[in-house]
Design a protein around this ligand. Structure first.
Ligand SMILES: [Fe+2]
Ligand SMILES: [Fe+2]
Length: 179
């Protein structure tokens, strides 16, 4: 398997979450309310899975290794765009999280902010994923030998293995500060 295999599989799950958000947007439009539970799950999904697990492997491993290669101008440009897009995705998720907090504090006006963030994520992720799947991942693999690809796949597995521990250690640490 190529290292882009697991990344592309993760894209498929992100797309399923995006489809659910699109449905939730329609429901919000019809009923003019927010389901804070759904938004909370979406924020956690984008932080823990789409950003830390998925963008983490892209940035900390794939892009790090690509940066050591003599990339074509075009590939270097696309990689820089992808990194900038990760930053803006993170910002939108942070805005979604604070809009949700505002809403649960009783600020009904935050409904519009939540909708705007969801709309932005529903627009952003499919476009970002398409850029990677159709215009970047396959040509990028040509910079790596079979051995380098196998090593990367193993590093991906090790990265994933640590994440569940990292997540819950973080949760306990936060609680320790408050409780
Ligand atoms: Fe990405
Ligand atoms: Fe990706």
């Amino acid at each position: 398997m190529k290292p882009i295999g697991p990344l592309m599989r993760e894209h498929r799950l992100i797309e399923r979450m995006v489809a659910l958000m699109d449905k939730e947007l329609t429901r919000m439009g019809e009923e003019n309310d927010v389901n804070p539970g759904f938004i909370g799950v979406a924020v956690d999904f984008f932080r823990s899975y789409a950003d830390r697990t998925h963008h983490g492997k892209e940035e900390d491993i794939l892009f790090r290794e690509l940066a050591k290669k003599q990339l074509s101008k075009e590939h270097r440009k696309v990689m820089d765009e992808l990194i900038a897009e990760h930053v803006s995705g993170r910002k939108t998720v942070a805005s979604l999280s604070s809009a949700r907090a505002n809403y649960t504090r009783g600020n009904a006006g935050a409904l519009g902010d939540i909708k705007a963030c969801l709309q932005e994520l529903v627009r952003f992720y499919p476009a970002h994923i398409e850029k990677e799947d159709k215009h970047f991942f396959y040509p990028c693999m040509e910079y790596f030998s079979r051995q380098e690809q196998d090593d990367m796949l193993e590093e991906f597995r090790e990265f994933d293995r640590k994440l569940v521990h990292e997540k819950y250690q973080g949760i306990v640490k936060e609680l320790e500060k408050k409780v």
